[in-house]
Design a protein around this ligand. Sequence first.
Ligand code: PEP
Ligand code: MG
Length: 782
Amino acid sequence: MTPKTKNHIGLRTLEDISTLILKSHDLHETLQNIVSVVARRTLSDVCSIYLLDDDRQTLRLLATKGLSRRAVGRVTMKVSEGLTGLVVEKRQVVALQEPQNHPRYRYFKETGEERYHSFLGIPLFDRNIPIGVLVIQSRAPRRFSDEDISGLSTIAFQVASIVVNARLLDSIQHKEAQANRYVEALRQAAGAPRPSQPEETAETTRESALRGVVAYPGLASGPAHVMSAEHGLTDILDEEVLAPEQEKALLEEALEKTCIQTIYLEKRMAERLSQADASIFHTHLMILEDRAMQQRLQEEIEEGHGARYAIEKVIGNYVEAFERMEDPYLRERAADMRDIGRRLLANLAGQSPHTLHLKHPGILIAREILPSDMAALDHEQIRGIVTEAGERNSHAVIMAKSLGIPALVGVRGILKKVAPEEHVILDANSGLLHISPGSQVADEYHRLEEDAGRQLHQIEKFRDLPAQTRDGVKVVLRANVGLVSDIDIARRNGAEGVGLYRTEFPYMIRPDFPSRDEQYQLYSRVVKEFNGLPVTIRTLDIGGDKALPYFKPPHEDNPFMGWRSVRVSLDNRDIFRTQIEAILMAACHGPVKMLFPMISGIEEIRACKAVVEEARQNLSSQGIAFQADVPLGMMVEVPAAVQLAERLAREVDFFALGTNDLIQYLLAADRNNALVNRYYDPLHPAVLQVLHNIASIAKRQNKGLCLCGEMANDPLNLLALIGMGIREFSMAAPFIPRMKMMLSRISSLEAEDVAKQVLEMTESSEIRASLTKLLKTTDSSF
Ligand code: PEP
Ligand code: MG
């Protein structure tokens, strides 16, 4: 059942504004459009946006509907002056009737301001720092409801992120122009020719195997399908140029074709992977329709260049600018720009859409996989993926996860080393790619592959069997999901519902914050697909290494210890409440639990619960269907939460053990830093003691406990965890059948015995040896 949506200022206006943002191409124009929409929707006489100048002390009127347009850009006031300044000073909403009676009231005649009988000022923040104010005034006295204020606060949040993004883009362009000027000046000074592209650092080792980062584990071998990067953007060629009008017409045509193709690609991707994976093409359309970019392309042509040169130069500049960004997510967007550039050039040259027909199964080798490749590739023929580029959110990783095939990313020099059809062995368990391996290596892998194949065959049998130990103790294995395509993988692997739904991914691949309804649609789809099995939805866990394109975190020296996760949510209450409302609404469709990440103290979990209460009230006052008594839980992943676990347990219905973070914080060893890999040890005595402690507290207080970190994927760790009494796990779904098989060979009593022993041990080598010994005696294949 779809919940009723009441006519509500905030929500409808937010939808209008999201559309506006998609259509607008310039900050001032966007802000001006926003104030017009907000004034109209709120039936107000005036809506204005003031932003703080660089001095952080002066507020400047930047857009208005209702005040004199001549005042825009001119009217300024100090933060210490007037009611608008008061909003910045207090960093909170100021709502007044008869504002002229307030001691801070000040009359600005330049604005043509009449006497207004109501004033509402909402602060705009960039993270926690005020950047301006959204002001609404009306001649008639009026009182804004809490609901309206909350809706308008969400709009203020959107306005703030547009401003922040526009400034960011400006600063990239500024830096880019400055860098170009320096290069040009240096070249002229030296009378030097145009510099060539720097040579890529060639791999000089004679290794027959290249190393990379495992994106998805497994073994595969076969001929290499080498995907060349067609139409690279690096070489700007001399060319014959037609008259500017003709070049502009060619450019127009290429842009139009590319837009149409983008819509087609979105559809194809939605069919092959999922709607969520496909939404990246929305962003491509926005970029293609961006007026500033189109203008730059035209300017190049007006300067006497051809359309091809214009595309290569303009897109190339964007690519470089993105590649220089510190933020990993934004850096990844360079791939999207390259994809757009490649398709524009192909359309300009009149080439048919890029498709890669794979005649037989093999390992796909590419510099990187762009969104259009994901849509075009013949998935059935891909046994594994290896890319030269590689970060956590790359499209290659998304594709490998969606298809459940082994993948290695960040393999340097790969394209120079592998020839098309050359035989390769991908060992995405150890992070190695063997190229034309000698017979010994090939034989060894052949054996391993056969074993893996046999094991796979055996493992297959466990897919639909219950998870239980040899002596019949039941264990619950659920899936960690993020993408919609993970749902199918989870079901195919026999997951008993979802133990951790990481909601940040749908947020990451969109151009702006999803509305409540969009979130509701998405969450309820996941809930329905699991057909009565429980789904634990975790609230937004951004920050650390996960950023949103429209919500750039500040530069932090220690992002994992910084402004991340629930801290961001609690500082942006409206966005937080909106997400919670969507979760409560989705809970009408099946058993849902709500999980709060990174809790480090009692106040935080209480603050989260207060937002849940607010969400319940809001939904009931709007007459929207929702489930009120959704179980609430918290991730135990910060050492402080471990210390306070006894007290925290009284505040929640369940704990989720986030061992990925917990281990890194306990042992001060970054989970993504290969240099400290050996310090990141799940079998460290301190880690085991903490896990045992949490398991005992949860049991004593009769609270649910699910361990959802990666450590459960390793049989040794699993043995210790079962021995400590942990009975519920959530993991990447392809591991589930394997873990069921593992469990079927373990005796819970033996596991308990060994756990007791290892908890007394002081060194992890000793712990490892004990667990290995037991596994070897119970499982001959180990
Ligand atoms: C964890 O920290 O263990 C966890 C499951 O969450 P994430 O990997 O998303 O931080
Ligand atoms: Mg975590």
